[in-house]
Design a protein around this ligand. Structure first.
Ligand code: C2E
Ligand code: CA
Ligand code: CA
Length: 771
């Protein structure tokens, strides 16, 4: 896939379906958990594990006597391991205590000698503990069965390493206390526990897995078909049916794996296993032979089931990995041209449409920049949900207010752009008045509240000789005027307003001097490593202290620098200041934090860039390894990008892909250049605490980046819920207001304490300078 940007994404017929959803049990269980007071959660968990353990043990004893028939199936092993994998490490002692107490108490109650009971309790806690520790240390995603590599590690640690430990402790205890041969008991323990884990743990862990959305007729057909065949095969009188008939179940396992995800496969496996064990233990079915000891049949059955269940789970994990990939590609493609919230096209379509309309010489084209007044105060007072509802309604009303063939797009938070074709200047005002009236009707909110939005419009009409950029600048300036005049109105760009455009041109003219005279300076925003809570590095963000206008943000002047060919000079001053500050921090604190500097897209076309970076490093005496350069996706698709990026990487500086997901088409392009870090755009992170679909996309992007050996930064992390989720998803680094806004260089040394933990102990605590 490397290098081929246009590679089509092959649709996968098997897994295609509506978006997946979380388990229906997930929310109620989470609610129940949160309802328990924090200090009682440990004991409650221990009690629940203990009771469930006793129930499962009792069930197996009812199925077959675990000692004489060989512990054919020991689901309690899966229960303990599954519980460990679902709860945070600080609750592990409670889980283990619950399991040990249940095992010990149960054994004594059944009359086993004291020290046999002790041996079994130790075996049954050491086993899941070893598996859990290994999985946590080496697995890709803790507590999950996907991606496939994780499942394979689950097989190695939970089905082999754990049970080996359990059998090695438990089998000698059995032999010495009760009798039998080690040669017999050890493998039975091993196989019975492995299968017990395989049947129970995936069902527990699948609470966290998504399941493809399938209609209930298919689910019912699968369940009924499987049960019918399982009962037919395994309840058949022994001897009346050949062993190969057990293979009749395999198509059902594959059906589940291909269409119903890890979750469906886990449930199906459990149903078949319990069925098969129950019938085989009572001497029925294809496995049992009247002329052989019944325990042989039980062991043989476990081997058959273990292989089938493990294969089916592996297929399911592979399919879910592929369909994750497809979902991410689709989300990226759609996001590249559409606004997520309103479903409207985004600004990427505008330049083409406008240039075509202007070049056509046909009927006049008008550009309206529409801004929702006071959206920020709606967000602040009524919450983002209300703000989102308002935006969606306004989008609908705008769409309804224009003609077929006109284009409505959302270009930023509260701004919409409408391209109207074939409207003369005198009729334009009427159209704008109508749009304002349509929008200014009350919007009902979900909590019975109501808001009435108002709209300000800046309009500009195309004329010969004007470019799309001119129209934009004109409409923008007019909008600014409309807001100043009291909002809820339209202003048409006219001669008087051209003054304001001139104003901006003046800002543009000031810029080179400002760069030269040091009015442009840097602030630094920390990036935090989630695994350790340590500072990963700081990103330099440019600020312009304008002598008459005050603080000018990069969003206003970086684009001006770019269109006037000053991007390189801006970059060099930011880089120099950043490396100088880095040296100051080193002198003050003895640590040299990594620094990141942003590049403008045009700079990749500059063959002198690598040499300029090398010179700056020499001037500052800084090692190249301490510098990261951040580039956006559009920059990286430039023709000269590969050579420049290679040359930069050869210097030893690190490359990060910035604003990932805004205007990108495919994850495959991550392999085009030597990226070491990908920064997921804030728009992906913002919804994760309220939208399961967004979590899914972020999770899949993290998994795929990791598969390519690329670490992931989450941008714009603003609250502890987002941080929690990102940590769960295995995100490496986070940046955002939750930890800190950007800081002046002088404020940084106080935060450079190498041992500082920005995430705090025992949960998501907030960084020292959080807002
Ligand atoms: P960026 O590279 O994505 O930088 C992150 C921006 O997100 C910064 O805005 C930062 O203040 C803001 N941010 C960080 N955490 C949060 C958060 O939790 N919530 C929210 N809402 N925002 C957060 P800033 O400083 O206004 O910079 C805007 C953009 O200007 C930057 O986006 C970058 O693309 C560009 N820029 C800044 N400095 C330079 C520079 O020296 N050179 C170039 N070429 N571009 C620069
Ligand atoms: Ca950046
Ligand atoms: Ca960014």
């Amino acid at each position: 896939m490397a290098g081929d940007a246009s590679a089509p994404v092959v649709p996968l017929p098997i897994a295609v379906g509506a978006p997946a959803r979380p388990s229906p049990l997930h929310a109620p269980l989470r609610g129940l958990w949160r309802a328990i007071p924090a200090r009682l959660r440990g004991p409650a968990l221990g009690l629940a594990v203990g009771l469930a353990y006793l129930a499962l043990a009792q069930f197996v004893i009812w199925l077959n006597d675990p000692v004489n028939a060989g512990a054919g199936l020991w689901p309690a092993a899966g229960l303990t391991l599954g519980a460990l994998m679902l709860v945070p490490g600080r609750l592990w002692p409670w889980v283990l205590a619950g399991a040990a107490a249940a095992e010990f108490g149960g054994d004594l109650a059944h009359g086993y000698p004291l020290w046999v009971s002790v041996g079994w309790s130790v075996a049954n806690t050491a086993e899941p503990l070893v598996a859990a520790l290994l999985l946590r240390r080496f697995g890709d995603r803790w507590g999950a069965l996907t991606p496939a590599r994780n499942l394979i590690l689950f097989g190695a640690f939970a089905l082999v390493a754990g049970p080996v430990v359990g059998a090695t402790i438990g089998a000698p205890a059995t032999v010495m206390g009760i009798g039998g041969s080690l040669y017999d008991v050890w493998p039975k323990w091993m196989v019975g526990d492995a299968l017990g884990v395989l049947v129970v743990a995936p069902v527990l862990l699948s609470l966290r897995e998504r399941r493809p959305r399938r209609g209930w007729p298919e689910v019912a057909a699968l369940a009924a078909g499987t049960l019918a065949v399982a009962v037919m095969v395994f309840a058949w009188p022994a001897g009346g049916i050949t062993r190969t008939m057990a293979y009749l179940l395999i198509p059902f396992f594959m059906w589940a794996a291909l269409r119903h995800g890890v979750r469906g496969t886990a449930w199906l496996s459990q149903a078949v296993t319990l069925n098969a064990n129950a019938f085989t233990a009572t001497g029925e079915g294809p496995i049992f032979r009247a002329d052989a000891p019944s325990e042989h049949a039980v062991t043989l059955l476990q081997v058959f089931l273990a292989v089938t269940v493990a294969s089916a789970l592996l297929v399911a994990a592979l399919v879910s990995e592929l369909s994750d990939r497809r979902d991410v590609e689709a989300a990226l493609r759609h996001r590249a041209s559409h606004d997520v919230l309103t479903g409207l096209p985004n600004r990427s379509l505008l330049p083409g449409v406008l240039e075509r309309a202007l070049a056509g010489g046909g009927p006049a084209v008008a550009l309206l920049v529409c801004d929702i007044d006071h959206l920020k105060s709606v967000n602040d007072t009524l919450g983002h949900r209300a703000g989102d509802a308002l935006l969606a309604t306004v989008a609908d009303r705008l769409r309804a207010g224009v003609r077929e063939g006109d284009l409505v797009t959302r270009i930023s938070g509260d701004e919409f752009v409408v391209v109207v074709r074939g409207v003369e200047e005198d009729r334009l005002e009427a159209l704008c008045t109508d749009l304002i009236a349509r929008v200014a009707r009350p919007v009902a909110l979900s909590d019975n509240g109501e808001v009435t939005p108002s709209l300000s419009i800046g309009a500009a009409v195309g004329a010969p000789g004007l470019t799309a950029d001119d129209l934009f600048t004109g409409a923008d300036t007019a909008l600014y005027e409309a807001k100043k005049l009291g909002r809820g109105r339209t202003v048409l760009f006219d001669d008087c307003l051209r003054r304001h455009a001139a104003d901006r041109i003046a800002l543009q003219a000031d810029l080179p001097g400002a760069i030269a005279s040091g009015q442009v300076r840097c602030e630094f925003q920390p990036e935090i490593e989630l695994a350790t809570g340590a500072l990963f590095g700081v990103e330099a963000l440019a600020r312009w202290d304008h002598p008459t206008r005050g603080l000018v943000m990069p969003g206003s002047f970086v684009p001006l620098a770019e269109v006037t060919g000053n991007a390189g000079r801006l970059f060099e001053t930011v880089l120099d200041q950043t490396l100088r500050s880095q040296g100051d921090w080193l002198a003050a604190t003895g640590t040299r934090p990594q620094v990141a500097v942003n590049l403008s897209p045009q700079q990749l076309a500059d063959p002198g860039l690598p040499a300029a970076v090398a010179r700056a490093l020499v001037r500052a005496g800084a090692p190249a390894e301490s510098l990261w350069l951040e580039l956006t996706e559009s920059a990286a698709s430039d023709e000269s990008a590969p050579a420049t990026l290679r040359a930069l990487a050869d210097l030893g500086v690190h490359l990060a892909l910035d604003d990932f997901g805004t205007g990108w088409s495919s994850m495959a392009r991550l392999t085009d250049h030597p990226w070491e870090l990908v920064k997921l755009d804030r728009s992906f992170i913002a919804p994760i605490a309220r939208d399961h679909g967004a979590v899914h996309v972020v999770r899949a992007m993290i998994v795929m980046a990791h598969a390519l050996g690329i670490r992931v930064v989450a941008e714009g992390v603003e609250d502890a819920d987002q941080l929690d989720i990102l940590r769960d998803l295995g995100c490496d680094i986070a940046q955002g207001f939750l930890f800190s806004r950007s800081l002046r260089a002088d404020d940084l040394p106080a935060l450079l304490d190498a041992g500082a933990d920005w995430c705090g102990p025992g949960g998501p605590l907030v960084g020292p300078l959080a807002v």
